[in-house]
Design a protein around this ligand. Structure first.
Ligand code: NAD
Length: 484
C-alpha cells in the first residue's frame, strides 16, 4: 500500500464519519498492482436515508444563509484542498492509476470549481423588466432546488464531483455524493476537508454526505422514490443515465446528465501539423484515454494523413507504462480487468475487419490492468471501435478527401459531447465550429475543459452544463413575480 495520507474509510453522514450500518466493507484495488489498498464502509439503505433526513433538515438553513457566507466557505475549501494537493494526488493515483503529474493536474483543475463557484455564489441574480404589454412589471428571483444526489464516475475521481458539489453549495443546496466504487478514497478525503471547513463556519450538519457503496442501483432507486430529493446530477455511462432519467419521472426530480461521448478529431488539409500533433496527444492520451471527451476518431485530410500517422505513432510509442507513482510513468493502467478486456476486444474486432496495427494492440502479461498505446489505420467504418467509446489509449486514423464528407462522418454518431477541428483558415474554422454536432467544439485545441466554461453534451451524451455561469443554474429554480 502506497497511500501517502491517512484516508478516512467510513461513510460520511454530514459531520459524522462512521462504519456502515450493516457493518460491511468493500475493497479498493490499485489497478497497477491489483493489490487491495483499503477497505471502505459499504453504505446501505439506513445510511443513505439518514443522509437524506439530515439534508432535508439542513436545506432551509442553507438556503437562508447569505450568499457571501456560502462564497466564503467555498473559497476556504479551495484553499484547504490546495494545501493537501499531494495527499489528493497520490490517493487518486493509487486508486485510479493515472500518473502522478496528471493527478496533480486534476487536483488543480477540480479544485478550481470551488474557486469559480465561490465567485458565482454572490452573483445569483434575477431580473426586472417592464411587461411589454404595459401595466406591469416582470420580476424573477432564483431559489435553490433543495437536496441533491450526485453520482460520479471513477475516471476523474475528484473533478467529476467538485463540478457538482461546488455549484450545489454555491446555490444553497445540500448534497449527497455517491462516488464510484472503484475510487471512493479521493472523495472520502474531500469529505473530511469539507467537514472541517463547513463545521468551523457553522454550516448545518448534513450539508454534504459521502456515501461509498457497491449498491448503486438500490441507492438511487430508493432516494429518488423519496420526494424530498429534488435533483439528481450524474456523470457516467449513457445506459445508467437513461435509467436515472426514467426513475426521476415519479417525483419529477430535476436531472443533469453528463454521459458518454465519441469525439471526432477532424484535421483539414491546411492545418498546422505541429499544433495538431500536440493537441492530438492531449485529446487522446490524457488519462490514458479514459476520458469522456477523449478523441475517439482521427479524421485527417489525405494531404496530411501519412505524416500525421507517422508522427503520432512515433509519439505514442514514447509512452512509458507503469505505476503512476513512479516518476518515469506517462501511461497508467486501465481501471479494471473488464475495461482492459473491453478495449482489447474493440481492437481485435477492428483487426478482424481489416485494420492495420501500427503499434500496440497486445495485452501485456503480468500484474496490473495495462493496455499499451495503440495506433490503428485502415479501420472499417463498420467496426465497433468507430461507433463505441474506446476509453483507452487507442487511436484510429482515417484519411479523407472532402471536408464536408469528413464532417458527415464525424457527425455520424448518436453521441455529441466533444468534437475537435483543426485548420489555419478562419472560414474553415467557422464552418467546423458550427457544423460539428457536439456540446463542446475545440478549434485548434485538444484540451477544452475549463471551470469557467459550460461543459456538457447533446443527443445521447446528455443534457445540463457544469461550470461557467450556466453550471449554477442546474441547482436553481426561477420564480416569477407579477408586479402591478
Ligand atoms: P457507469 O455509468 O457505470 O458508472 C458511473 C457511476 O454510476 C458510478 O458511481 C456507478 O457506481 C454508478 N452506477 C452504476 N450503475 C448504476 C445504477 N444502476 N444506478 C445508479 N448508479 C449507478 O460509468 P463508468 O464506467 O464509471 O464511467 C465511464 C462513463 O462515464 C463513460 O461512458 C464516460 O464517457 C462517462 N463520463 C462522462 C463524463 C461527462 O462529463 N460527460 C465525464 C466522465 C465520464
Amino acid at each position: 500500500m502506497r497511500l501517502r495520507a491517512t484516508i478516512p474509510t467510513g461513510i460520511r453522514i454530514g459531520y459524522t464519519e462512521r462504519p456502515a450500518s450493516g457493518g460491511t466493507e468493500f475493497p479498493v484495488v490499485d489497478p497497477a498492482t491489483e493489490e487491495v489498498v483499503a477497505h471502505v464502509a459499504n453504505a446501505t439503505s439506513p445510511d443513505w436515508n439518514e443522509a437524506l433526513d439530515l439534508a432535508h433538515a439542513a436545506a432551509p438553513t442553507l438556503a437562508a444563509m447569505p450568499a457571501r457566507a456560502r462564497s466564503q466557505a467555498l473559497r476556504e475549501i479551495f484553499e484547504a484542498v490546495k494545501e493537501r494537493t499531494e495527499d489528493f494526488a497520490t490517493t487518486m493515483t493509487v486508486e485510479m492509476g493515472k500518473p502522478l503529474a496528471e493527478a496533480r493536474g486534476e487536483v488543480s483543475y477540480g479544485n478550481e470549481y470551488f474557486r469559480w463557484f465561490s465567485e458565482e455564489a454572490a452573483r445569483i441574480n434575477g431580473r426586472v423588466t417592464p411587461a411589454p404589454a404595459g401595466g406591469g412589471t416582470i420580476a424573477t428571483t432564483k431559489h435553490p432546488v433543495g437536496p441533491v444526489l450526485a453520482i460520479t464516475p471513477w475516471n476523474f475521481p475528484l473533478a467529476m464531483a467538485t463540478r457538482k458539489i461546488a455549484p450545489a453549495l454555491a446555490a444553497g443546496c445540500p448534497i449527497l455524493v455517491k462516488p464510484a466504487a472503484e475510487t471512493p478514497l479521493t472523495l472520502l478525503l474531500l469529505g473530511k476537508v469539507l467537514t472541517d471547513v463547513l463545521r468551523r463556519l457553522d454550516f448545518p450538519d448534513g450539508t454534504v454526505s459521502i456515501l461509498p457503496t457497491t449498491h448503486a442501483a438500490d441507492l438511487s432507486a430508493e432516494l429518488m422514490a423519496d420526494a424530498r430529493l429534488k435533483k439528481v446530477t450524474f456523470t457516467g455511462s449513457t445506459a445508467v443515465g437513461k435509467t436515472l432519467v426514467r426513475q426521476s419521472a415519479d417525483n419529477l426530480q430535476r436531472t443533469s446528465m453528463e454521459l458518454g461521448g465519441n469525439a471526432p478529431f477532424v484535421v483539414a488539409g491546411d492545418a498546422d501539423l505541429d499544433l495538431v500533433l500536440e493537441a492530438a496527444l492531449a485529446a487522446k492520451m490524457r488519462n490514458g484515454g479514459e476520458a469522456c471527451i477523449a478523441a475517439n476518431r482521427f479524421l485527417v485530410h489525405e494531404d496530411l494523413a501519412k505524416e500525421f500517422t507517422e508522427r503520432l505513432t512515433a509519439r505514442m510509442s514514447e509512452f512509458v507504462a507503469g505505476h503512476g507513482l513512479d516518476d518515469s510513468t506517462t501511461l497508467g493502467p486501465l481501471i479494471t480487468a473488464e475495461q482492459r478486456d473491453r478495449v482489447a476486444t474493440l481492437v481485435k474486432d477492428a483487426v478482424s475487419g481489416g485494420a492495420t496495427v501500427l503499434i500496440g494492440g497486445e495485452t501485456p502479461t503480468g500484474a496490473g490492468y495495462f493496455y499499451p498505446a495503440t495506433v490503428l489505420t485502415n479501420v472499417s467504418p463498420t467496426s465497433r471501435i468507430m461507433h463505441e467509446e474506446i476509453f483507452g489509449p487507442v487511436a484510429t486514423v482515417t484519411s479523407f478527401h472532402n471536408l464536408d464528407q469528413a464532417v458527415a462522418t464525424a457527425n455520424d454518431t448518436p453521441f455529441g459531447l466533444a468534437a475537435y477541428g483543426f485548420t489555419e483558415n478562419i472560414h474553415t474554422a467557422k464552418y467546423l465550429a458550427s457544423a460539428l454536432n457536439a456540446g463542446m467544439v475545440g478549434i485548434n485545441r485538444g484540451a477544452i475543459s475549463d471551470p469557467a466554461a459550460p461543459f456538457g453534451g447533446i443527443q445521447q451524451s446528455g443534457f445540463g452544463r457544469e461550470g461557467g455561469s450556466e453550471g449554477i443554474e442546474e441547482y436553481l429554480e426561477t420564480r416569477y413575480i407579477a408586479l402591478q
